[in-house]
Design a protein around this ligand. Structure first.
Ligand code: ADP
Ligand code: MG
Length: 452
């Protein structure tokens, strides 16, 4: 009989050592340091960060590690243990959007993007170069944001390595090591977003990089993407004997690039047609439905989504470049915006309302999944089977994490039922003849940092 395959609990210290050793094996010298940045579990809010919606990411214990050593000849060299036999070299000042291909765009793109900054504390000195060795415990292409993990760990590495080359070294230079790095981390997140958009060519919003660089240890964030302001939230599920079940479905999301960009374009058309800065501003300021029962809040949500989607779609009819936008794409955007803000409110009520609040949270997750499947149309059979099996196994809720078309599924479930649910998913996959899924032990992680 089929058993669930659980990944190892990530051992942070062992991974720092592993990437350091790999660096020494390749380059024959000690690195100057090791830096790392986490992937993220997005609890709720997909395809809405670029519309000014709020999302709710939590840092994963799975991270990308970079061992780095300064060079002073302007050359950037890198190798990733996840991409063996593919060492890359580039002259930093030659990096441009469109000239590089593949995984290295996520690394070189960060160096390029740092040099697009106005402020000299982030731009790299002319002679700056580096040797890098990269290793990751984040599933690559699994919807848990290995892309932001590699960008953000690279950004910290390059910034800290460049210190000794800076003219006013020692003066009030920002370092990722100093206590107060909030402003610096916010700016580095923008650097990494630009790298992903312009050099890697993925039209994602700012969710992943914000989570990786700006999370609070052990906590989820509610990020308002109109101004990138953040509110930490304690999602204290263990006190309610609940757990996250995180499933890497091992289904590739090749389709994702073009499909993602099409949905982004379409929903941004709605923003333009309504003459707004952010589509989020088409909704009322307060989406929490504070004081309303679960049923009342749902009723309010669905009627608000309907009404605003109608308004948006009729405004869009007058814009030729907005034609043939599926109604469901617009509805999903409004719907998920409402769900996130209700979820943040519901979490704040778990102390007072106990299991009822957690149950509502679970149903909000599933409601978002149904919207991603039926309205936004980014699910696939393997995802549906994982979600349905989790719900049948007693999960309070389950959903896709990330852009869909494959990747990861998460469920909120009683800790007692966790193992059985994983086994049920593994067996359902075997019955359908799908590749075996992998189950990832989950505890909240910490943001990007210097490790050694
Ligand atoms: P996700 O962010 O959900 O994991 P993406 O498609 O956004 O998926 O990013 C995956 C891409 O990021 C990979 O195809 C690869 O180019 C790059 N990447 C991520 N992690 C690594 C790594 N450890 N080594 C090399 N490239 C990586
Ligand atoms: Mg990504």
């Amino acid at each position: 009989t089929v058993e669930a395959q659980w990944a190892h609990q990530p051992d942070h210290a062992a991974h720092v050592e592993r990437v350091r050793t790999a660096f020494i094996e390749k380059y024959g010298v000690e690195p100057d340091g090791v830096w790392s940045a986490p992937g993220r579990l997005n609890l709720l809010g997909e395809y809405i960060d670029f519309l000014g919606g709020s999302c709710m990411p939590m840092p994963l214990p799975y991270r990308t590690y970079v061992a780095g050593k300064l060079r002073t000849d302007g050359v950037l060299r890198a190798q990733s243990l996840q991409m063996p036999h593919d060492e890359r070299t580039v002259v930093v000042r030659d990096i441009r959007p469109g000239t590089l291909k593949g995984w290295f765009t996520y690394v070189a793109g960060v160096a390029w993007s740092m040099n697009q900054e106005e402020s000299e504390d982030i731009t790299l000195p002319a002679s700056f170069g580096a040797d890098l060795m990269i290793d990751s415990t984040v599933p690559v292409g699994g919807g848990l944001s290995s892309s932001a993990a590699i960008e953000c760990s690279t950004a910290l590495t390059l910034l800290d390595l460049s210190h000794s080359l800076r003219e006013n070294a020692g003066a009030a230079l920002p370092s990722t090591l100093t206590e107060d790095t909030h402003d610096l981390r916010a700016r580095l997140a923008q650097v990494c977003i630009r790298a992903e958009n312009k050099v890697a060519g993925a039209q994602t919003g700012g969710l992943d990089q914000t989570a990786s660089l700006r999370s609070i240890p052990g906590q989820a964030l509610v990020v308002d993407f109109r101004d990138f302001s953040l509110q930490p939230v304690d999602v204290n599920i263990q006190d309610a004997n609940l757990s996250w079940l995180v499933i890497n479905t091992n289904t590739p999301h090749e389709l994702a690039g073009g499909e993602f960009a099409a949905r982004r374009r379409a929903t941004e058309c709605a923003t333009g047609a309504l003459n707004l800065d952010y589509l989020r501003n088409a909704l009322p300021d307060d989406l929490r439905c504070a004081g309303l029962s679960e049923a009342e809040a749902k009723h309010w949500r669905l009627s608000t989504v309907d009404e605003r989607a109608n308004t948006a779609l009729s405004a869009m009819e007058k814009f030729t470049r907005c034609t043939e936008v599926p109604r469901g794409w617009i509805r999903h955007a409004f719907h998920d915006m409402c769900l996130v803000e209700r979820a943040a409110y519901v979490i704040s009520r778990t102390g007072a309302d106990g299991i009822q609040a957690w149950e509502e949270l679970g149903r909000l997750f599933t409601e978002s999944f149904v919207s991603m499947r039926d309205e936004l149309q980014v699910s696939r059979e393997e995802i549906n089977v994982a979600v349905d099996t989790c719900l049948d196994a007693g999960a309070l809720g389950a959903r896709i994490v990330g852009g869909g078309f494959g990747g990861a599924v998460m469920a909120l479930i009683e800790t007692d039922k966790l193992e059985d649910a994983a086994t049920a998913v593994a067996r359902a996959y075997a019955q359908h003849g799908y590749a075996a899924p992998e189950f990832l032990p989950m505890s909240p992680g910490i943001p990007a940092q210097k490790d050694a």
